[in-house]
Design a protein around this ligand. Structure first.
Ligand SMILES: [Zn+2]
Length: 287
């Protein structure tokens, strides 16, 4: 819980009433807005706040000092951190109980991302969709990406052309990452907060650039959907849930693939039945 105190110097209590009325109007207009800007964050916080007034008992018309204490709900405060040695998620509150997993879907939006997003939404869980720039060049695919974003899923940067960054000059790495950030922001209105390099292959330069851009870089704990043996729904759903690599905080890598799309409901169900909470990635501390 955080506290914010505002001091207002006003001449008439009428002005105070007007101020509060303006706030509540702003709140109702912006309560649906996603965390896209400082303004919406502030108004969201205000929307969930308890406001207390302490007034000086002076006569009408005299100057008054008004103190408004705003107690914010914890919704805006990150709940998890990413361990950058093994890419697992960890609760910030070390006392927190329960097992966590993070779902991520790479190479989006190719053919199945929208259906995967709807499956996740139907099951009331979230995932990060890591987007490749070459998949969002048509108007149709731009609309598709917006639809996924509007369903409530964070969009990560997976580079423009899915090249191995280790084979590129710094100038080309810059283009791969920054150009995609611009394109995604132009479509969704929000700059990506997460970055994952193709093949998990980073350079010192890409790590530095991603950090400078205020993005969180991640690889993953495990994934199987690119292996021949798991290119079918049942085998994939089984290994994703029953692999010995599944531990508290695992960061699960999946892709926009036909078999992964089909396995997704069983993967979600399997993780839940093993007592895992699939975390909301927007609650991960970015920097
Ligand atoms: Zn990829």
């Amino acid at each position: 819980m955080m506290k914010k105190t505002l001091f207002l110097m006003i001449g008439q209590s009428v002005i105070l009433l007007f101020f509060l009325a303006s706030c509540s109007t702003m709140d109702s207009e912006t309560s649906d807005v996603k965390e896209t800007s400082d303004v919406s964050e502030i108004t969201e916080k205000e929307n969930k706040s308890d406001e207390k007034l302490v007034e000086d008992s002076t006569e009408d018309g005299e100057e008054q000092v008004e103190e408004i204490t705003i107690e914010e709900e914890s919704e805006e405060i990150p709940l998890y951190t990413l361990n950058n040695t093994n890419w697992t998620v960890e609760p910030i509150d070390k006392e927190a109980e329960g097992k966590l997993v993070l779902l991520t879907i790479d190479d989006a939006p190719d053919k199945f991302s929208l259906e995967m997003a709807k499956t996740l939404k139907d099951n009331k869980v979230k995932a990060i969709f890591f987007v490749n720039g070459h998949f969002i060049q048509s108007e149709e695919k731009k609309k598709l990406l917006k639809e996924i974003y509007d369903l409530g899923f964070p969009i990560g940067n997976h580079t423009m052309s899915h090249s191995n960054l280790k084979n590129l000059s710094e100038k080309d790495q810059y283009k791969e990452i920054i150009e995609l950030n611009h394109q995604i922001e132009a479509i969704t209105g929000e700059k990506p907060k997460f970055f994952r390099a193709p093949f998990g292959s980073n350079t010192d330069y890409s790590k530095k650039l991603v950090a400078e851009q205020g993005m969180l870089l991640m690889n993953w704990s495990y994934g199987y959907d690119w292996e021949e043996d798991y290119m079918n729904k049942d085998a994939l759903a089984d290994i994703m849930v029953n692999t010995p690599l599944l531990t508290n905080g695992s960061n699960l890598l999946m892709h926009d693939r036909e078999w992964t799309n089909k396995a997704l409901p069983k993967i979600i169900e399997g993780l839940k039945s093993k007592g895992y909470t699939i975390i909301d990635p927007t609650k991960i501390k970015i920097s």
